[in-house]
Structure formats: C-alpha cells, structure tokens
Design a protein around this ligand. Structure first.
Ligand SMILES: Cc1cc2nc3c(=O)[nH]c(=O)nc-3n(C[C@H](O)[C@H](O)[C@H](O)COP(=O)(O)OP(=O)(O)OC[C@H]3O[C@@H](n4cnc5c(N)ncnc54)[C@H](O)[C@@H]3O)c2cc1C
Length: 386
C-alpha cells in the first residue's frame, strides 16, 4: 500500500494545478454567465495532453489510468474549474471506446478525444425511468444495415459542445425477443435528433439538455463493439470511471472552497482577532477538511482498484468514493459560505457559485440513495428494497 503519487503523477498534478490557476474560478464563472463555453481551458488542457491521460498511447493518449484522469479532474476543480465534460468525454466515452469499441471506432474517435478536437457526451437518463435503468424505453430497431433510434433523454450534459452522443438504447434480442441495452454513437446533427437546453441553477459553462430522438438513422458502424451483445459490458465499463472522476471533481471543489474559506477567516477580524481563532469557526473548517481528505482516500483507492483491473472491488470502492465526495463537497461549500458571512453569498468571493454544482453531486450520476441501496444489498447482504 503506497499513499504517495509517483513522480510522474506529481508532475501531472502540479502542471494541471498551474494551468487551472491561470484560468481560475473567475474565468469559469464569467464564461458561465456569458452563456459561453470554457473552450480556451479545454484547448490548453488538450494541448498538454491532459484530456487523453487515461487513453491508450496507440490512439494518441497518455497510456495512464483513471488515477491520472482523476488527478486532472480534481486539480482543475481545485482551481475553481469543475469540468463535467472531462467526465463524460474522456472518462465515460473514452473508456467505453477504448475497452469495447471496434478497431474502426477506436481509430476514428480516440485520437480526437485525446487531442480535444472530438467531444462525446453520454445519454442514459430518461424522463420516465430516472434511477431505474430497467425502465429505459429508447429503442433501436434494425432497418437493413442501419438502426433507427427513437426515444427521449433528459439532463444530458454538454450536447451543444459535442460532435457525438453515446446513446443507451434497447435492441430486440434475436434469440428471445427481449430488449437489452446497446450503445450507439449518434452525431449531434443527425436528422431526427432535437435537443433543448434545460435551465439549471448551476453556475457552469456546461449545460444540460433534453433529447428527442425520432427515427434517428445510425449506420451499423455506430453500434459500440459492432454487436448488441457488447452493450451491457460496455455500459458497465463506463460507470466506474464516471463515478471516480465525478468524485474527483467533488474533492477538487471541496479543496477550492476550503482554501478560500481558510484564507478568509485568517484575516477577517470582527472581535479584535481573526474569526478563525474562534473554535466555532475553525472546527467547522477542520471537520469539512477531514471529510474531504477521507473522500480523497476513497477516490485513490477506487482508482487504484479500477486501474488494477479489479472490477468488482472497484465497483464498491467507486460507489463509496462518489458517496463520500458528494457529501464532503456539499459540506465544504456550505461551510465556506457560512464562514464568509454575507460575503459568502456574493459573486465576488466566488463560493456560492459552487453550490449548485456541488449539490448536484449528491444526485448525479447516481444518487446518494441509490448508492446506499447498492451498499445495503451487495455489501451488507440485505434484501433488495426497491
Ligand atoms: C447536473 C446534472 C448532470 C447530469 N448529466 C447527465 C448526463 O450527462 N447523462 C445522463 O444520462 N444523465 C445525466 N444526469 C442525470 C442523472 O444521472 C439523474 O438525475 C440521476 O440518475 C437521478 O435520476 P432522476 O433525476 O430521474 O431522479 P429519480 O430517479 O426520479 O429520483 C428522485 C429521488 O428519489 C430517490 N430514489 C429513487 N428511487 C429510489 C429508491 N429505489 N430508493 C431510494 N431512493 C430512491 C433518488 O435517490 C432521488 O433522490 C445529470 C443530472 C444532473 C443533475
């Protein structure tokens, strides 16, 4: 058991942190409020190879693992730039393509994901299914060599910035006629696909969308792995990287909030000494810090297990990391606001702007309650409760 980063990982962490500082939370908020994307930051991260750190070298990636990608995500969030697209494009779509794509799909998409010229978002959630993926009703029907996809999706992040959407649809199994999930690469400009922005109370340059798919034609080459049987394993291979990197984003957000708060209470003076000298203030920050560091340990463990190919253990660890991080970042941001007093609610001090994003971590990509259901059932051996 080694709790230290390798020298290469340390270099990566320090370099990404330096890039994040060059942009900072003010940049992130300004882009969000102008209704613009964080293209400059994305391009810089791409130029330095940070987007592709976890993808195979033969397709232009850095040959690292989810540990490295989590470092990138955490450091940018710790600089006040929590980028959800790092989760959906390199972590989910990149991993699924690298592990389950056909050779054509890998060659076509992975180099672009690595150099930032291709962005792929991920669409599983449906309005009438929500947490219950067994109720997905988006269907892909065979039509000659193509598939026709129809259905609806909701809360899909980054559609307006992406070239393709990795859509989870159901296909009829030719053996028993039952519907099973399959993954399709759907171009965002495909005829029959419409997307509408959802107004969210999250300050971010990245947006969420509803998707309406009406007989969207996808050539067979767009079916991940070239077979509907590849769907379920492909889908599962994306879930742990998603949870681990979302957790890293929450940990980075918590670090950012606590750093701001610590600096503030060390200088804010209303009783003749800094308010941080009062335990009522300092303990709140120390408590939030302890929760954050525990979450970071859980993330490192989950990423290490995942990178070691220990998928079952990684599943439990990724859920725990995601749970711990969402709680820690929500607490850290709330605490940071509290110790800032009125300043905590201003745009200038840059902490309340994190509230929506941190809070969403308790809901997406899997809610706190569904993680507790998972632990109760699969770790503690209780009956399925739902
Ligand atoms: C900012 C943001 C970005 C997102 N990005 C994407 C994306 O890119 N792609 C994508 O596909 N989806 C995305 N989502 C959707 C997200 O994954 C879902 O919101 C999440 O899975 C919960 O589904 P739901 O919103 O339908 O909630 P519901 O399933 O309706 O649940 C509502 C509440 O009930 C609780 N609940 C439900 N069932 C149970 C149960 N059996 N036991 C106990 N409690 C239960 C839930 O925990 C939750 O608190 C995003 C969501 C947000 C907020």
């Amino acid at each position: 058991m080694d709790f230290d980063l390798t020298p290469e990982q340390e270099l990566l962490r320090d370099s990404v942190a330096a890039l994040g500082r060059r942009f900072g939370h003010e940049y992130f908020v300004a882009r969000a409020k102008a209704g613009e994307h964080s293209d400059e930051l994305w391009a810089e991260a791409a130029k330095h190879g940070y987007l592709g750190v976890s993808l195979p070298e033969q397709y232009g990636g850095g040959g690292g693992g989810i540990t490295e990608l989590a470092i990138v995500v955490e450091e940018l969030a710790a600089a006040g730039c929590p980028l959800l697209l790092l989760v959906v494009s390199p972590a989910i779509a990149g991993t699924i393509l690298a592990k389950h794509g056909t050779e054509d799909q890998r060659q076509h998409f992975l180099p672009g994901i690595s150099d930032g010229t291709v962005k792929i978002c991920f669409a599983i959630t449906e309005p009438d299914a929500g947490s219950n993926f067994h109720r997905l009703t988006t269907v892909a029907t065979r039509d000659g060599d193509d598939y026709l996809i129809s259905g609806r999706k909701v809360y899909i992040s980054g559609v307006d910035e992406c070239d393709h959407i990795l859509v989870v649809a159901r296909t009829a199994d030719s053996r028993d006629g039952k519907l099973k999930p399959a993954l399709f690469l759907v171009p965002t400009d495909a005829p029959g696909l419409e997307y509408r922005k959802i107004e969210m109370e999250i300050v971010s340059p990245e947006n969420q969308f509803q998707l309406f798919l009406d007989d969207v034609r996808v050539p067979a080459g767009g079916l991940i792995g070239g077979s509907a049987d590849a769907g379920l394993p492909a889908l599962f291979s994306g879930l742990n990287p998603e949870r681990i990197t979302v957790a890293a984003m929450g940990a980075g957000t918590a670090r950012y909030a606590l750093e701001k708060a610590s600096k503030y209470v060390a200088t804010r003076n209303v009783w003749g000494r800094p308010i941080g000298a009062h335990q009522g203030v300092a303990h709140q920050l120390a408590h939030a810090y302890a929760q954050m560091e525990l979450a970071r340990l859980a993330i490192a463990k989950a990423a290490a297990r995942y990178d070691a190919g220990r998928d079952v253990e990684a599943g439990v660890a990724a859920n725990l990391a995601k749970y711990a991080s969402a709680e820690a970042s929500t607490l850290a941001v709330d605490t940071a606001i509290q110790v800032h007093g009125g300043n905590g609610m201003t745009t200038e001090y840059g902490v309340a702007t994190l509230l929506g994003g941190a809070r969403a971590g308790r809901i997406a990509p899997v809610s706190r309650e569904m993680i507790l259901n998972f632990i109760a059932q699969h770790v503690l051996g209780q009956e399925k409760s739902y």
